[in-house]
Design a protein around this ligand. Sequence first.
Ligand SMILES: CC(C)(COP(=O)(O)OP(=O)(O)OC[C@H]1O[C@@H](n2cnc3c(N)ncnc32)[C@H](O)[C@@H]1OP(=O)(O)O)[C@@H](O)C(=O)NCCC(=O)NCCS
Length: 261
Amino acid sequence: MFDRLREDIAAIRARDPAARSVREVVTCYPGLHAIVLHRVAHACWTRQWRWLARFVSQMARFLTGIEIHPGATLGRRVFIDHGMGVVIGETAQVGDDCTIYQGVTLGGTSLTRGAKRHPTLERGVIVGAGAKVLGSFTVGADAKIGSNAVVVKPVPAGGTAVGNPARIVVPAVAKAKETKRDDGFCAYGITPNADDPVSLAIHGLIDHASTQTQRIDDIVAALERLGARVEAMHGIDGAALVDLKRLCTSMDGKAEAVDER
Ligand SMILES: CC(C)(COP(=O)(O)OP(=O)(O)OC[C@H]1O[C@@H](n2cnc3c(N)ncnc32)[C@H](O)[C@@H]1OP(=O)(O)O)[C@@H](O)C(=O)NCCC(=O)NCCS
């Protein structure tokens, strides 16, 4: 128990630059108090002492402003910063090393008793202040949810979701690299965004241009095999031609810069 407390305190000191001492963390961090009381409530819940579990949870809410249902599963080193207004539902699962800011709701959208109604946050997820994550889907490891986002769909590991309804603005770069094509053309290197319509349109245009370029190269090669002299065409409006590989490389650089941030 003390080991868990020690690592909770260390996690808070590591993740909050405002935390200056152990004494300050132990006495002035309602997120820590809520987590400790949740462990008591959760232990009661799993022993089927349901009323006592709810009562402890409500006491914790009264003292900290953070409501965690005793049935919710919290991992290790979860940090609820400031905490006021946080609500974590009964079937929510919060992975190790997650950070949750004030005003966050991990809520349900279904009324089916006994079903999993609330989200699962995998390890290392950060949920910004005021964000609502609603439904029984998974937010992948190390994903970030922007403040005030309303998330109603799964978020891929490493992705960043913002807005209402939330869209993915910074996808997992590892995933982007997987989608790079063999010929070096990386349509998903720019902002490989599964949801954003502007991004989807750009990806479509780049894919289309790439396919056209490939077909023209094939036609030129076929004509040359038939004896036609097509090199004269290279000079035509050369400045206006888009170097797709170069475009792709610069987009890739941009994506990597985003990843480094
Ligand atoms: C979402 C968040 C994690 C993104 O951080 P990041 O990875 O550094 O990403 P960026 O700041 O480069 O933002 C990426 C894009 O999302 C937009 N964006 C960032 N946060 C946003 C938000 N909360 N709502 C809407 N759009 C947001 C940016 O404007 C940017 O858009 P652009 O590419 O069109 O310019 C961060 O902005 C955030 O909201 N963190 C929560 C912080 C918080 O709650 N603090 C409380 C402390 S008490």
